[in-house]
Structures are given as structure tokens and as C-alpha cells.
Design a protein around this ligand. Structure first.
Ligand SMILES: *[C@@H]1O[C@H](CO)[C@@H](O)[C@H](O)[C@H]1NC(C)=O
Ligand SMILES: *[C@@H]1O[C@H](CO)[C@@H](O)[C@H](O)[C@H]1NC(C)=O
Ligand SMILES: *[C@@H]1O[C@H](CO)[C@@H](O)[C@H](O)[C@H]1NC(C)=O
Length: 180
């Protein structure tokens, strides 16, 4: 029995390793519109961090020399926010990324988004279908792995892994309780 109880910390470590902060939107399919309200969404349920600073960056140094902070302290629990052109007013173009970093040390990058596009003012926002696809991917990360598509495979696998850990834990605790 002692052996089984010793296994518990290892199982908790496995659970912690599965925790991951990812930026869901914007992404390569979900763009922003210049000088308009735009959304940022992340895997708040899987995030090991309670706060972070949000930066914009661009793959082209002539567009942006270095990452620029748009939100200095963002609370993880909000899960998504809408930001205005007063907070982020980047020009239309491609190669944009968002960085989530430690509020104490901006060199400590927690997450980097996919490259996304900022379309010119007046462009249509991403369709609901596009946004829904991403939304179901996030659902997959926090709960089940039922959604299909390449991006949900990883999330689904994580979900299953977490489920397995909890089942294993329940089994170990159950066994312990039986003996006690
Ligand atoms: C910002 O983008 C530049 C250009 O792609 C890149 O060299 C740099 O590493 C990026 N900064 C961070 C913190 O990712
Ligand atoms: C900030 O983070 C970077 C990357 O993790 C690290 O190399 C550096 O030592 C940190 N600086 C401080 C002051 O902690
Ligand atoms: C998954 O991500 C890739 C880029 O990494 C993208 O091209 C594809 O459309 C995404 N699929 C879904 C279902 O979101």
C-alpha cells in the first residue's frame, strides 16, 4: 500500500505537466480588423499562470522593432477579452503575433499565438463558423475530445490524459480507503 501512496505525487506531476496556456484567438484563421474592437481568447482553464502581460509582435522588424505591450496586467480567469483601438492600434497587415509573458519579466514568454492578419478598417470580422471552430477546440481542451480536426487532437489527447490521471487517482484512493 505504501507503494501506491507514493505513486500519488507522480500522478499530480503528470497533471501539472498537462497544464498549458495557449492563445486560441486571434490565429491563422481568425483575424483582427484595424481600428476596431478585437478579441483575444486563451486556454484559461489549463493555464498555470494567474496573470500575464500581453504584447503584440510582428515577424517583420520594419513593421515593429520589438514587442509592444497592449495589456500590462491581464487576469487569466477572464478567458477572453475585447480590446479597443485605444489599447492596440496596429496597422493592417500580416505576420502579427501575440505574446503572453510574465508580468515581472517580459523575457519569460508563456505563450505565443499563431501568426494572424490585421485586415483594414471596414473589413468583415471572421465568420461565426470560423470562431466556432476555434471555440470547440478550446472546449476540447477543457472537457472532452469529441470535436474533430487536427487542432483538437492534441487537446483531446490532453483531456484524455487528464481523465486517465483522475481515474488512476480515484483508483489509488479507492484502494487506500479499502485497506484503511
Ligand atoms: C518578435 O518578432 C521578431 C521578428 O520575427 C522575433 O525575432 C522576436 O524573437 C520576436 N520576439 C519574441 C519575444 O518572440
Ligand atoms: C527573465 O527571464 C529570462 C528568461 O527566462 C531569464 O533568462 C532572466 O534571467 C530573467 N531575468 C530576471 C531578472 O529574472
Ligand atoms: C488548425 O490549425 C491550422 C494551422 O495550425 C489551421 O490551418 C487549421 O485550419 C486549423 N484547424 C481547425 C479545425 O481549427
Amino acid at each position: 500500500m505504501v507503494r501506491l501512496f507514493k505513486a500519488i505525487p507522480a500522478l499530480f506531476l503528470a497533471t501539472l505537466a498537462a497544464a498549458d496556456l495557449e492563445i486560441l484567438r486571434p490565429n491563422s484563421n481568425v483575424w483582427w480588423v484595424a481600428q476596431s474592437l478585437n478579441e483575444i481568447a486563451w486556454t484559461c482553464n489549463d493555464s498555470p499562470y494567474s496573470q500575464f502581460t500581453i504584447f503584440v509582435n510582428n515577424t517583420d522588424p520594419t513593421v515593429l522593432v520589438s514587442p509592444m505591450a497592449v495589456i500590462s496586467v491581464q487576469e487569466n480567469f477572464q478567458c477572453s477579452i475585447t480590446i479597443s483601438q485605444n489599447q492596440a492600434n496596429q496597422p493592417a497587415g500580416t505576420g502579427w503575433t501575440l505574446l503572453f509573458a510574465s508580468i515581472f519579466n517580459s523575457s519569460e514568454i508563456y505563450a505565443t499565438s499563431e501568426e494572424f492578419e490585421i485586415k483594414p478598417l471596414g473589413s468583415a470580422y471572421p465568420t461565426q463558423a470560423t470562431t466556432d471552430t476555434s471555440a470547440s477546440a478550446s472546449g476540447g481542451a477543457s472537457t472532452t475530445g469529441t470535436a474533430d480536426g487536427a487542432n483538437t487532437t492534441t487537446s483531446g489527447a490532453l483531456g484524455l490524459k487528464a481523465g486517465g490521471v483522475f481515474s488512476a487517482l480515484a483508483g489509488v484512493i479507492g484502494l487506500g480507503a479499502l485497506v484503511l
